[in-house]
Every structure is written in C-alpha cells, then in structure tokens.
Write a protein that binds this ligand. Structure first.
Ligand code: ZN
Length: 172
C-alpha cells in the first residue's frame, strides 16, 4: 500500500527543507537531503477488548466519523509510551464505563482506517472487575449483544473478522 500524499511529509519537520524520495532500507522513503531526517511511515497501533456478559458480546456505537453510527469492539489508538494492554483497559473504561482485567490475547488484525490509514488492532479477551456500563468518550451507545443478533453494521473489516471467529467458536 503506497502512502497517500497527505501522509507524506513534503517539508522536513527539523530544518524545513523540501523532502526527497530515496531508497532507504529497501523501501522508498521521504528523506531530507539537508539534515538527514527520514520519514518512516508505519501502521497506527490500536488495542481493545472482547468482553462477554451472559453470552453476549460488548459493542460500542461510534459517535464520530469515519463510520459514525456503526458498531465496533471497544478499541482505540495507543498513546505515546503506552503498552497495548494499558490501551485496551483505558479504552474499555472510557468507552464502556467498565473496569476490566485482561485474560488473554485473542487476535491481532491489520486493517485500514478510512480513508487510507493502515492500522493494527490488538484484541484482548477481558472480564469485568468493576465500573458501571455507560457509553462515554467517542462511543454513543454501548451494550451486550448476542453474536447472532448484532445491533447494526460493524464498522471495520478487522472487527468483522473477530466476530466471525467468535461465531465459529460458538458454533456447535
Ligand atoms: Zn531536514
């Protein structure tokens, strides 16, 4: 996937010279010929939880674009210096009001946040330890739903694949 123009630095953030495309470590990358800065473009890492209550799975409805009004697992982007498990617990609390303990790694999925940002989403299984169910932050609604009766369209392919995996495991 070639990075779209809006992701690529045109001007060097250190010395403000114009960036040049150069081969660096086997990849074509934006390089500053004036001060040596190289732009490494990487997928954005996100993390979140797969949480069940009475056989129903926790999903949140997106308050904001992209995919506003569609549903996802409680997930969010990692903050600088954060570990993925910390991200998953923080996002769970912010979006669902629930405190959770992580019980395992469930899936690692790559995807694209529309329009063109590659992401990696790390899904942990979780169990409730406290808090009170209440939508917050960038979630408009939160609830627990049967795997065969989801509340609406699921926003991202990475999340749909996790749901398919859960359904396959739940199948008799
Ligand atoms: Zn520079």
């Amino acid at each position: 996937m070639i990075p779209s123009e809006r992701h690529v630095w045109r001007w060097c953030p250190q010395c403000r010279a114009e960036m040049t495309q150069r081969r660096d470590g086997g990849e074509e990358r934006p390089v500053c010929l004036s001060c040596g800065v190289v732009q490494y473009l990487n997928p954005a890492p996100a993390a979140g939880i797969v949480l069940f209550r009475d056989g129903r799975v926790c999903l949140v409805k997106r308050r904001f674009a992209p995919k506003q009004g569609e549903w996802t697992f409680p997930t969010g982007f990692m903050e600088w210096g954060e570990a993925p498990a910390e991200t998953a617990q923080r996002e769970a609390l912010e979006e669902t009001g629930l405190e959770v303990a992580l019980t395992g790694l469930y899936a690692v999925e790559s995807g694209v946040l529309p329009p063109d940002t590659p992401v990696v989403v790390i899904f942990y299984t979780a169990e409730e330890t406290g808090g009170r169910l209440e939508a917050g932050d960038d979630a408009e609604e939160v609830g627990f739903f049967p795997l065969d009766a989801l509340p609406g369209p699921i926003a991202f392919a990475a999340h749909r694949r996790v749901l398919e995996q859960l359904r396959a495991e739940a199948a008799p």
